[in-house]
Design a protein. Structure first.
Length: 234
């Protein structure tokens, strides 16, 4: 497919709504959401998308009930144990953004295993946003820049947009071309605020567990019919 996003980012919303509609616990919605991840990664690879960032756990998600947080951590471990071998065989590279040091040791162990196994892969980059919040990321970048100015590693006069981008956790990623949010909400929720300055947005009422290959192609078709000017004129 021509003119697909080089970097697609998705705010995976609606697991709870999906479960509620079926009189199921929220945990059932999260489990169904994991199945959707599997389908979407495969479809993105097929379409030729190079980077896929999934907003899996935000810095604000710690406010959820402890049992739900524990379920999400367990699902992360289960997903990695079950999928990483196949992902590796399909040349998928796994990376993360966010502060995973706050996660349980078992999660950190599985993530490190996934990094190490897939680090040399050259196919689609599956980037998981874990304990990620854009404001926190920008704050950390500012602190690091100030420290480097103090140590005279950089000159304050040389600070530009490119330098700031290189201090963010997304420094190894291109800016997202398209951000999709499922489940009807129309906000960024502290996701890629700096990086999304000229990103196209696509909002759908479809809950994440029901977001399939057809819905993904619908979003990309909408993206392909937009004119991206980046502040200029065509």
């Amino acid at each position: 497919m021509k003119d697909v996003p080089n970097h697609l980012a998705i705010i995976m919303d609606g697991n709870g709504r999906w479960a509620k509609k079926r009189f199921l616990p929220r945990s059932a919605g999260h489990k169904a959401g994991v199945e959707t991840i599997r389908k979407i990664v495969k479809e993105c690879k097929k379409l030729g998308i190079k980077h896929l960032t999934l907003y899996a756990f935000s810095t604000e998600n710690w406010k959820r009930p402890q049992k739900e947080v524990e379920t999400l951590m367990t699902l992360l471990v289960t997903y990695l144990k079950k999928e990483v071998k196949e992902l590796h065989e399909n040349n998928v590279k796994i990376t993360t953004i966010g502060d995973i040091s706050k996660f349980p040791n078992v999660c950190i162990k599985e993530l490190n295993n996934a990094y190490e196994l897939t680090k040399n892969n050259t196919g689609i980059n599956l980037n998981l946003a874990l304990n990620y919040g854009s404001r926190n990321d920008i704050k950390n970048a500012i602190k690091c820049i100030i420290e480097d100015i103090r140590l005279e590693n950089i000159d304050i006069e040389n600070i530009d947009e490119s330098l700031i981008s290189n201090y963010l956790s997304t420094k190894n990623l291109p800016d997202p071309d398209l951000i999709i949010r499922t489940s009807g909400e129309q906000r960024l929720s502290n996701f890629l605020l700096w990086e999304g300055a000229y990103t196209e947005f696509y909002f759908t009422d479809v809950n994440w567990p029901e977001f399939d290959e057809k819905e993904l192609k619908k979003a990309i078709d909408t993206y392909q019919n937009r004119e991206r000017r980046f502040g200029g004129v065509k």
